[in-house]
Design a protein around this ligand. Structure first.
Ligand code: NAP
Length: 242
């Protein structure tokens, strides 16, 4: 059976991606860090689409946790294939660079960039063997334009976009596509501390996006219709950066 692994799939954008891919017929592996209740809710919503949902908690910034979790899943599913990987888990630790602490820099890099590296390297082995696969990395407008207070976050997302482009070239001949989706401001727990009324004036469409609007772009990149798109970045940002 074909599975899609969505990191940070329990809440926000990741949950919407799980539901979109479930409606395309994929069984879903929902990764999360610690909020079990949110993960259980996501699992029930995915199962209501008529597919299987496996909860797989691990910290994407921990190479040993990743290896242990994915090895365990593979042992339990010897004939199943992770055909889609969405690297979505992410955190913000905003601060002006002059005040930024080592852990604020390292935690953001560890989650976004090291997480991408360790998970993708592991999952890619089977994709290469099977000569099939779709990888979608959730970047951000912050990685394209840079945002003040987010040198760590912008750097991690810009690096993720660079890695997306390089990897796309490495695996294109194996019929694996690698793309990024760069959301602008999306209404989730991550942005609840932001002043929407103030910020929406900067957004040409005049509002924050919804998690589903990001998930539709991911669904398209995963579909057969996107088989000639690789190494690219789709912005979903209401015109904030065009
Ligand atoms: P969110 O609502 O805060 O949800 C974050 C998800 O990531 C949760 O499922 C969380 O699990 C998981 N997670 C966090 N750290 C993790 C770790 N170390 N290991 C495993 N899972 C971890 O975030 P969101 O707004 O949906 O954002 C999703 C992605 O889009 C992030 O990469 C974010 O940076 C990016 N993005 C968001 C926006 C926006 O405006 N919201 C804009 C551009 C890009 P728990 O529930 O267990 O904590």
């Amino acid at each position: 059976m074909n599975y899609a692994l969505v990191t940070g799939g329990s809440r926000g954008i990741g949950r919407a991606i799980c539901l979109e891919l479930a409606s395309m017929g994929y069984h879903i592996i929902i990764n999360y860090a610690s909020n079990r209740q949110a993960a259980q809710e996501a699992k029930a919503l995915v199962e209501a689409k008529g597919v299987r949902a496996d909860l797989l908690p691990f910290d994407v910034s921990s190479p040993t946790d990743i290896e242990k979790a994915l090895e365990g899943w593979k042992e339990a599913h010897p004939d199943d294939f992770i055909a889609v990987l969405v690297n979505n888990a992410g955190i913000r630790r905003d601060n002006m660079l002059v005040l930024m602490q080592d852990d604020e820099w390292n935690e953001v890099m560890g989650t976004t960039l090291n997480g991408f590296f360790h998970i993708t390297r592991r999952v890619l082995k089977d994709m290469v063997r099977r000569r099939a696969g779709r990888i979608v990395n959730i970047a951000s407008v912050s990685g394209l334009t840079g945002l003040p207070g987010q040198a760590n976050y912008s750097a991690s997302r810009a690096a993720l976009i660079g890695a997306t482009k390089a990897l796309a070239k490495e695996v294109a001949a194996r019929k694996i596509t690698v793309n990024a989706v760069a959301p602008g401001y999306v209404d989730t727990d991550m942005t609840h501390d932001l002043d929407q009324d103030k910020l929406k004036g900067q957004i040409p469409v005049g509002r924050f996006g919804t998690p589903e609007e990001v998930a539709y772009a991911v669904g398209f990149l995963v579909s057969e219709r996107a088989s000639y798109i690789t190494g690219d970045v789709i912005s979903v940002n209401g015109g904030l950066y065009t």
